[in-house]
Design a protein around this ligand. Structure first.
Ligand code: NAD
Length: 376
């Protein structure tokens, strides 16, 4: 009973660990063949999805709703998926690639941007391949599994003259735009304390799932979920943490967590004196954000997963619409690229690297049981 409800919660969150990749249940949408135009009057930005797993399905739904982008190509190692997606989205045969012929994408003018939705440990390789093929890149979070990898990705994209973004969807979500404003504009004065935690109960996950594999995932809950807590701390405060102390908690599912951490908690210290305290875990469900400032507070719960988000400040409830977060993110990025403008710094590779720098410091602190100072 408990495990059933746990599994359904995970499914509801869209993480779907252990489930088979399915096609989105979209009933009507504009397909690639319609070559629809963006509100700018020019053809939409042509996006190819690389890796057709669970989150790629959500992005495909977002692309169907996007005003500025369209799904024009796919990269997959599974011929059966290629066939299903080709039929479902009317993707031309010449825009379908696998991991062996990926580099040929450089000759394809029908693809402007490659969206990397592969396991974390593969982000660097495929970002670099896409950049060298002359395509703009969006890479999912975490940007990569080390600062060194992130820097290499940034450098290659710069040298190739393509733009690089990290798939930080929450920068396009109204509740998060508001908490960022409340924090950075000091609407309730200086934020002193943030508590942000994210966890999914992964009971029942198959032991061969890549999230449990150190090479493919780069780490456990911190890499996959905790990164959102770090992001929200940083964008609400508008500051970089100067030091961290962190602790691993005991493993409760020893059969699953042989390579990556199941739980980790940490405290970030910021130059303003603000403290950010977080836990990320794979053994229970938690999704909340709370900020206490000099003259009030603001909070979200659910806060980070796919929502619908709910929140309030110390004086009023939030009343923002539920949006398709992926469509909003793709529209924000697509519009700027069609206008040949630079993407904003808050979704840049440099931003992705900053989160990984904090993650590396958190791991180092937990491993050494020491406070770690972070140089920015
Ligand atoms: P998934 O396991 O559902 O999909 C991964 C895809 O990669 C699959 O299609 C799989 O076939 C393919 N793949 C290719 N080589 C592989 C290999 N060696 N091992 C395993 N899979 C391989 O995973 P997902 O949940 O879609 O996550 C993909 C990426 O998207 C991750 O980086 C994850 O952090 C990110 N993500 C982001 C969000 C978000 O809200 N922004 C949500 C979920 C996942």
């Amino acid at each position: 009973m408990k495990n059933d409800s746990r599994r359904s919660f995970v499914k509801k969150l869209g993480l779907g660990i252990g489930s088979t990749a399915i096609l989105p249940t979209v009933t009507s949408f504009k397909t690639f063949s319609e070559k629809s135009r963006s509100p700018l009057g020019v053809k939409k930005l042509n996006v190819a999805l690389c890796g057709l797993g669970r989150y790629a399905n959500m992005l495909a739904t977002g692309l169907m709703e996007s005003e500025y982008c369209q799904l024009s190509g796919i990269i997959t190692g599974t011929p059966q998926k290629a066939l299903l997606w080709k039929e479902k989205y009317k993707i031309p045969e010449q825009n379908i690639y696998n991991y062996n012929n990926f580099d040929d994408i450089k000759n394809n003018n029908d693809i402007d941007l490659v969206y990397i939705v592969l396991p974390n440990g593969m982000h660097k390789e495929y970002t670099i391949k896409a950049a060298k093929a002359g395509k703009h890149v969006i890479v999912e979070k975490p940007m990569a599994i080390s600062v060194l990898e992130c820097q290499e990705m940034i450098d290659v994209c710069k040298n190739a003259g393509v733009q690089l973004a990290v798939g930080y969807r929450l920068h396009y979500e109204p509740h998060h735009i508001e908490i960022k404003r409340l924090g950075q504009k000091k609407v309730f004065g200086q934020v002193r304390l943030i508590e942000a935690s994210l966890g999914y109960d992964l009971t029942g996950t198959p032991p061969n799932d890549w999230h449990l594999n150190k090479v493919l995932a780069g780490g456990g809950a911190l890499m996959n979920l905790g990164i959102y807590c770090i992001q929200s701390n940083r964008y609400v405060l508008g500051e970089e943490p100067s030091s961290v102390t962190a602790q691993f908690a005991p493993i409760t599912m020893p059969d699953l967590f042989t390579e990556v951490e199941e739980n980790i908690s940490w405290q970030l210290n910021f130059p303003s004196g603000a403290i950010g305290t977080s836990t990320t875990t794979s053994n229970c469900n938690v999704d909340r954000f709370f900020a206490s400032a000099d003259s009030g507070y603001f909070e979200l719960a659910p806060a980070i997963s796919y929502g619908p988000f709910k929140g309030r400040t110390s004086v009023q409830e939030f009343n923002y619409p539920v949006i398709n977060q992926q469509a909003a993110q793709l529209d924000g990025i697509g519009k700027l690229l069609l206008e040949k403008r630079s993407l904003p710094s808050h979704i840049s590779g440099e931003e992705g690297l900053k989160d990984i720098r904090v993650i590396e410091a958190i791991y180092k602190s937990a491993e050494t049981e020491n406070k770690i100072y972070i140089s920015n």
